[in-house]
Design a protein around this ligand. Sequence first.
Ligand SMILES: *[C@@H]1O[C@H](CO)[C@@H](O)[C@H](O)[C@H]1NC(C)=O
Length: 213
Amino acid sequence: MIRLTLLVIFVASASAVSVIFEDGPCPQFRPMSDFDFNSYGGTWYEIAKFPNPSEEGDKAKCTLIEYFVKDFRGKMKFTHVVDGVRKYIEGDLTQVYPGYGKIMYTYTFGGKSKNTYLYVMDTDYKNYAVAFSCRYFKDNDKHQLLSWILSRNKVLEGNALAAVDKFLSANSKLINRSYYVQNEHTDEACKARTTEEITEFFKMYQTNPNLVD
Ligand SMILES: *[C@@H]1O[C@H](CO)[C@@H](O)[C@H](O)[C@H]1NC(C)=O
């Protein structure tokens, strides 16, 4: 039963797609309400993601998100391993509206800041979370879809996996699970020769001034 569910969530994505684009503006959606930002703090392991440029398509493995939350603000650290190099980026966190799972990340490099937004769609705080985001590229009238399945553990299984499956089934119009690629947290996937800090904005922001998060 559990095995079957796993297969259903992670339809093996062997494609080389590195970004999920669809035509037109972003779909309408709202983050979780009754969201408790303090309880959401701590470490999350990325179990699966929609491939995206910030994570080098589907190449990044061993991806960790750490939140240090106090009231409506905090710090975040995002770490992953690409081709044997552990890379991390640090930023500031703000809960945009009290009680809602809309989180703003702020990255500051060379005195310039950029904000990006992440929407927590479902979580039980202790085991799993499903996050979503969408970016509208005005110039070519397309939107990029982003989603992540997160876990407090290196694997997602049992009731937590069943809860994620249930959420995705109920929201299949918004979050197409066939786009997910699975992450890995094995010793092999996490092995790194060196560690580097990411200290510049992703190219996407430099080449798309009209990007709307
Ligand atoms: C999900 O994406 C796949 C691959 O692009 C597509 O074939 C399928 O129709 C999509 N499903 C929904 C519900 O949009």
